[in-house]
Design a protein around this ligand. Structure first.
Ligand code: UDP
Length: 419
């Protein structure tokens, strides 16, 4: 039920950050000296796909590199469990829906099984600190004894949660020593400020996806799929999910295409996450809505791509696109926005809390509330390469200052130090 993520947590050379973010690098090294060999277990719901896995793939090796004994485990559970936890996730982000007593029961029963497994792992590894990520394994906290520092990292947008679902989790959340959230607005009023830590996500600039890719290589990759990089390209990279509003993005593309006749739209959202059974259903709706438009390119099936993983394709999409769209309605943070900004792209983002944390409207990107506004901006940016460049440059600067892994590492080392 709980499995070690082995192949994703190779060695990270933290020294690479010495030049890029010298101040934070030094702070991390100095703080880590007192935390050598501390045993940390991260538990998340999936080893692949989505922002949490993306962060842990780099955070765990960095912690190891700094001398901590960090490991990452993910959980395996029946599909029904993930259907329920997705519903919990949606309700916590404010969507109306239903959660029956039987479903709640199933969720807590699965967490009891998880807790039994966790106890075995604790016996084997004897961790000093456990970090549980997101609501899926949240109630498994019951398995932990007093000696272990218990941290909950909630990545989702809690700005307008369904109160009943939050209440259902309250007694478990209160058992944690610290709760890490992305933004102070996400703190439930009953959670004390002393227990709350604010830490924004970050990206690893050295991963294959985030490293700069030569333009020619990216063009060649996209050509393979019939995308003409000589013509205007806009793209959205995100799981097929109603919160990401691919419908709204297609609407904006259609409006903009009335003026930019050769505009192309790429939507990337490979369905690989074990904890997201909703995405396939949503993808089919989007595919229908795209209506075989030859200038809309949908990527959802990993088996249909020529590269060994989706990373080169995503990197090529960021590199070749003139504008990146992320029209989310709710967004805990939105690492895709950070990734695109790092690639010096102007991003048009939905006015969701997580995106507002990154984009200052008109300075390093743009914020919109509807498809019409997005379409107007697509047209404006397509007709003004200087503006695209200027905004892209500011976007890159923002990520370098605020959203690279050493800053996130430092935030966590500070929490670990409170042991
Ligand atoms: N991503 C990916 N393949 C896809 C779609 C997204 O690898 O088909 C990655 C994307 O590059 C980013 C992460 O998944 O690193 C998404 O994180 P974000 O915080 O934007 O959204 P989440 O999926 O966690 O809601």
């Amino acid at each position: 039920m709980i499995h070690l993520v082995e192949n994703k947590t190779g060695k990270e050379d933290f020294k690479r950050y010495q030049k890029l973010t010298p101040k934070t690098y030094k702070q991390c090294v100095s703080l880590a000296k007192n935390l050598k060999n501390r045993k940390i277990l991260h538990i998340s719901s999936t080893p692949e796909g989505g922002g949490v896995a993306e962060i842990l793939k780099s955070q765990v090796p960095i912690e190891k590199c700094l001398g901590l004994d960090s490991r990452w485990f993910y959980i395996k559970a029946p599909k029904k469990f993930f259907e329920i936890t997705k519903e919990i996730h949606n309700r916590l982000q404010g969507r109306k829906g239903s959660l029956t007593e039987r479903e709640k029961d199933f969720y807590f029963k699965q967490n009891k099984i998880l807790a039994v497994n966790l106890r075995k792992i604790i016996k084997e590894y004897e961790p000093d600190i456990i970090v549980i990520h997101d609501p899926q394994p949240l109630p498994a906290i019951e398995a932990l004894n007093k000696k272990i520092l218990k941290i909950l990292r909630i990545h989702i947008d809690l700005s307008a949660p369904d109160k009943a679902v939050l209440k259902m989790l309250r007694k478990y959340i209160l058992k944690y020593d610290f709760v890490v959230i992305t933004e102070s607005k996400y703190r439930p009023e009953w959670l004390s400020k002393n227990k709350t830590i604010i830490s924004m996500p970050a990206i690893d600039p050295f991963t294959p996806k985030n490293r700069l890719m030569p333009k020619i290589r990216s063009e060649n990759i996209l050509k393979e799929y019939g995308i003409n990089t000589k013509k205007p390209v806009i793209a959205q990279v995100s799981r097929f999910d109603p919160w990401k509003d691919q419908f709204g993005t297609i609407k904006a593309y259609r409006m903009a295409k009335k003026e930019i006749l050769d505009l192309q739209l790429i939507l990337v959202g490979f369905i690989e996450t074990l904890d997201d059974p909703e995405s396939l259903r949503y993808y089919h709706k989007i595919k229908k809505y795209a209506n075989d438009d030859p200038d809309i390119f949908l990527f959802a099936d990993l088996k249909a791509i020529k590269e060994p993983s989706d990373d080169p394709l995503i990197s090529a999409v960021y590199t070749c696109s003139d504008v990146i769209i992320q029209k989310s309605i709710r967004e805990g943070f939105g690492i895709v926005v950070t990734e695109a900004m790092w690639k010096k792209k102007p991003v048009i983002g939905g006015k969701a809390t997580g995106i507002e944390l990154q984009i200052k409207d008109g300075v390093n990107g743009f914020l919109v509330t509807n498809s019409r506004e997005a379409a107007n901006l697509i047209i404006k940016l397509m007709n003004n390469s200087k503006l695209r460049k200027k905004i892209g440059k500011e976007a890159y600067k923002t990520v370098k200052e605020k959203f690279l892994m050493p800053r996130l590492t430092l935030d966590f080392l500070r929490v670990y130090k409170r042991m």
